[in-house]
Design a protein around this ligand. Structure first.
Ligand code: SAH
Ligand code: SF4
Length: 351
């Protein structure tokens, strides 16, 4: 068994203890900590201001299982999809989305997903494992480097809308966000981070209890239980009423922004009756925005997106009822980087 500990699971105090125990100076811990979290070293060899001897000593005592960049695809709209490889050979995807003055990173939280939503490409993959907090951090750090290199700007926003259900990898996601927001980490404000969930009521309440500072997006997609359970089996155990209650709990504890995501599926959830049901839910939750999302067709499903006119009619109806609503057109369609398409067909070939 490999008993060597991942160096990034150590606290600064633990690192300090280690250096003192090998008769080295206290400031070494700070140096290594900076390499790990601020200068984004991905191996001990990267830590060039440490002696060769010290780097060897570190690699004997600790592992550094960093995510590796595998390949990137460029969309004509500027979106860049990247594939990352974990130390054990799993592939996950992250997307950089440049829009006007924003550089948004969309990150994955799991390898695959266990929730099998009927419209989502990731849902058709099996969930292999959770990403660790340092792997999630690496995604953000690498997308940040890409933003700087390609667009000369740092990341401004992060959305957890890649592969996986973040609230089923709760601890790692929260710890990754702690490092992403930390001044000695990526230093990105929590208000610029949004975690999107398919709706796990218990964990939404937990976010409230933990007093998190980031925003929450609920993938609602249907406004009554029958329709929602058909699209998203998770609704059978986390129904709309339980989500309404959990979201109110979350809001009362945190006052953070809540958004609803609503993909429009032709003849499934796009009628004015559906809009009425959606408005009813909206009125029961301190929700600041409904993002109506254009469906991106996937191979395994035969949903369709509605015609432009019916999308507009749905939007107008909501707006006429004083709903703050916005249409989100997915980006990176030509490279399958759009929402729900992060299970690229050639993934299997590469593994
Ligand atoms: N598991 C989380 C976060 C990842 S999915 C969640 O479900 O919220 C990120 C977003 O992409 C969700 O709102 C999801 O419903 C949406 N999505 C999935 N498949 C899609 C598709 N084919 N077209 C458009 N959006 C999709
Ligand atoms: Fe998982 Fe989210 Fe896709 Fe549903 S939409 S299968 S929860 S990644």
């Amino acid at each position: 068994m490999n008993a060597v500990k991942n160096i990034r699971t150590l606290t600064l105090d633990e690192l300090t203890e280690y250096f003192l125990s090998i008769g080295d100076k206290k400031f070494r811990a700070k140096q290594v900590w900076e390499w790990i979290w601020k200068k984004h070293a991905r191996s001990f060899e990267d830590m060039t201001n440490l002696s060769k001897e010290l780097r060897e000593n570190l690699s004997k005592n600790y592992s550094f299982p960093a995510l590796k960049h595998d390949l990137s695809q460029y969309s004509s709209d500027g979106t860049i999809k990247s594939r990352f490889k974990t130390i054990d050979g799993n592939l996950v995807e992250g997307v950089l989305i440049p829009v006007e003055d924003r550089q948004t990173a969309c990150v994955s939280s799991q390898v695959g997903c266990s929730l099998s939503c009927k419209f989502c490409a990731t849902g058709f993959m099996e969930r292999k494992r959770n990403l660790t907090f340092d792997e999630i951090y690496d995604e953000a750090a690498m997308l940040n480097e890409m933003a700087e290199k390609t667009y000369g700007k740092k990341l401004s926003n992060i959305v957890f809308m890649g592969m996986g259900e973040p609230l089923l990898n709760y601890k790692n996601v929260l710890k990754a966000i702690e490092r992403i927001t930390a001044p000695d980490g990526l230093g990105i404000g929590a208000r610029r981070i949004t975690v999107s969930t398919s709706g796990i009521s218990k964990m939404i309440r937990q976010l409230g209890d933990d007093g998190v500072k980031f925003n929450l997006a609920l993938s609602l997609h249907a406004a009554n239980d029958k329709k929602r359970s058909e699209l998203m089996p998770i609704n059978e155990t986390n129904n709309i009423q339980s989500l309404i209650e959990a979201l109110n709990y979350f809001y009362n504890k945190t006052k953070n922004d809540i958004t609803f995501e609503y993909i429009l599926f032709k003849n499934e959830n796009d009628s004015l009756k559906d809009a009425d049901d959606l408005i009813k839910i909206y009125r029961q939750v301190p929700c600041h925005l409904i993002n109506v999302i254009e469906y991106n067709p996937i191979e395994n499903a035969d949903f369709e997106k509605p015609e432009k006119e019916s999308t507009q009619k749905f939007m107008d109806y909501l707006a006429a009822h004083r709903v703050n609503v916005r249409l989100r057109i997915s980006r990176g369609k030509d490279i399958d980087a759009a929402c729900g398409q992060l299970a690229n067909k050639d993934l299997e070939k590469v593994i």
